[in-house]
Design a binder for this molecule. Sequence first.
Ligand code: UD1
Length: 349
Amino acid sequence: MKIISVVGARPNFMKIAPFIKAIETYNAQIPPVPSVSSVPQVSPFSPVPKIEHLLVHTGQHYDDRMSKTFFESLNIPEADINLGVGSGTHAEQVGNTMMAFEKVLEQEKPDWVVVVGDVNATLACSVTAKKLNIKVCHIEAGLRSGDMTMPEEINRLVTDRLSDLLLIPDRLSGENLRKEGVPENKIAFVGNIMIDTLEANRQKAEKLSIENIIKSNLIPDQPFNLAPLSFNPESFALITMHRPSNVDRKEVLVPLFNFLVDEVAADMPLIWPIHPRAQKMLQTFGLWQKALQTENLILLNPVGYHDMLRLNMGAKLLLTDSGGLQEESCVLGTPCLTLRWNTESRYFT
Ligand code: UD1
């Protein structure tokens, strides 16, 4: 069997890592195929073939800090094919991915395409595969926010509608799919693959020093003094924000930013590993200099997987609009203030 799995953006990498490991483990326990001459004429056993697997990176996230570092730290083999799609509007990203992925599929002719999560790569590659009559498997199927203004919700709905095998992380996702009429034989409960990655990496993350994480990722030109943290390293709040609904509109971002500066950072150090989209919008709306100069606001470049896990473990409070971090904080026991009007982690009627 030949499988092509697809990643495109940061939250995909921790979801694909256990899947690739599972293929490697499966292939390792298959005995080598005997040479033709050593196979008896009439054999009771036909040799079990290994899974042939190719990893495609669409290149939606391309900065080393948003992509390469995750491959290295999660031991994901380098992508066999990188489509180099990069930034753009949604239509550009999806369209460019589809055109490039179609060529890959025509050449490689896989039996299955496996997509994860809900980013533009997920949508683009599942549509492309289905149009070539190739089977699609969606890992993390069935999540719903009920909010059609979220690009990710559109990506999930289309991908789930097209998929032949829908692997669900939790029972509620299964209920969502059944309500949409997905037949039972297409749905399989496999648990939350991203939490498999968390559990596999928890111990490594625990050993990291928060002070070192800050020092090695700090964005220059900030007045922040590490002294209060070295006194009590668990006395900080952590924030991440990247959703267009929070960062792209001035009337939303300005009050959110003021809340962070005037309320949260006034109480305790606030660590912000900043997403490129959020940084760009703070600059666009003239808030970047204030962010740099706010004493208790610690701006970091996007941090690696283990660094983020350690920060999440240590934080007194997490503020986030990320779906993945909400789930991780739940497992780690970190109180989470979700910066959205809705979330996937509930039963959607
Ligand atoms: C995407 C996903 C979102 C996911 C998030 C995690 C979609 C629709 N959204 O949102 O579900 O939670 O990733 O990060 O797929 N940029 C860089 N360097 C990079 C990547 C992006 O500078 O490596 C810039 C781009 O130029 C763009 C902005 O960041 O201006 C946003 O990138 P984009 O891929 O459009 O979506 P995200 O907001 O990252």
